[in-house]
Write a protein that binds this ligand. Structure first.
Ligand SMILES: O=C(O)CCC(=O)C(=O)O
Length: 294
């Protein structure tokens, strides 16, 4: 696919306004088929460091095994799989991100969600909560490997929420989410599904509230290949995301940022919704270097 100057300007404008943009058909159907074969084969070969099947949950009377046990999420594959590394620093991703950010990003993470039929989703969150980029924020490039819609658990986003500060988390419903924290979203900020075809790529800001609901389809996987990046001016990122790479594959030395600090809670101020910053005594499920998600 060729990316014209006008396309790139439009992507940048949409991203600034909404905190996300979908680039349709950025990867071809042949490439997508190749990635599906590749990652399904890696999954079949056995476990890899960092595999995550989700937090345990109470299944009640339902004795069906959790599908994520068979298809746990893979993480940081670029550290041991050359195809993942080449994908993470693909020139097309760099071109779109550079247009959006005005500077080439640094690459820090890869993940593969298999999300088989019946799998839980991931509760609404902000990626910056995990990456702790300073100054600035992070950014995600989310490649659909399957067509995805509400039935098989497509991405859900809150448009415009990239302008919010980092919000304090609350416990999530772990029967619906394989992670156990979420950010509360006021009713008048709609959560919108992002329906995509395989090969489309969703770019989104690290402050944008996003997540996904369970895959309720009978027989459709919702696989996605995800890269996390940080803005090119960043000086620090949480320890778990080192080593940091330039988009030419070379390593760059950045400092290590810590978790903690202030987060926002929704309050009512004279009938108006507002955010109050607070330093919680004890943040929910935040380890010094949270290893689970982004
Ligand atoms: O793919 C999903 O369901 C969630 C992905 C996500 O939250 C992320 O990439 O940060």
């Amino acid at each position: 696919m060729t990316l014209s100057h006008n396309d790139l300007l439009r992507y940048a404008a949409d991203y600034q306004r909404d905190g996300f943009v979908v680039v349709r058909g950025l990867f071809s159907s042949q490439e997508v088929a190749h990635y599906i074969d590749h990652f399904m084969e890696l999954r079949r070969q056995g476990s890899h460091e960092g595999d995550f099947a989700g937090v345990p949950f109470d299944t009640g009377d339902n004795h069906t095994p959790d599908p994520l046990q068979q298809y746990p999420r893979m993480i940081h594959m670029h550290r041991w799989d050359d195809a993942s590394l080449r994908w993470m620093i693909d020139q097309r991703i760099d071109t779109v991100m550079s247009a959006i950010l005005g500077i080439s990003p640094y690459a820090v993470q890869t993940m593969l969600y298999f999300k088989p039929p019946g799998a839980r989703g991931q509760a609404l969150h902000q990626d910056q909560y995990y990456l702790r980029v300073q100054p600035g924020t992070c950014m995600a490039a989310w490649l659909a490997l399957d067509d995805c819609d509400e039935a098989n658990g497509c991405m859900q986003i809150v448009p415009g929420s990239h302008n919010l500060p980092l919000l304090c988390t609350v416990p999530a419903d772990t029967t619906q989410s394989f992670t156990d924290v979420m950010v509360p979203v006021p009713e008048d900020m709609p959560v919108a599904p992002v329906v995509m075809r395989a090969g489309d790529m969703l770019f989104f800001n690290g402050q944008l509230i996003h997540g996904s609901f369970p895959n309720t389809s009978n027989d459709r996987f919702r696989r996605s290949l995800i890269g996390h990046y940080i803005v090119g001016e960043a000086e620090k990122v949480a320890k778990y995301y080192h080593p940091v790479m330039r988009m030419d594959g070379s390593e760059v030395t950045l400092g290590v940022s810590k978790s903690g600090g202030e987060c926002g809670v929704w309050v009512d101020q004279d009938g108006e919704r507002a955010i109050e910053m607070t330093t919680p005594q004890r943040r929910t499920a935040v380890a010094e270097d949270p290893p689970l998600i982004a």
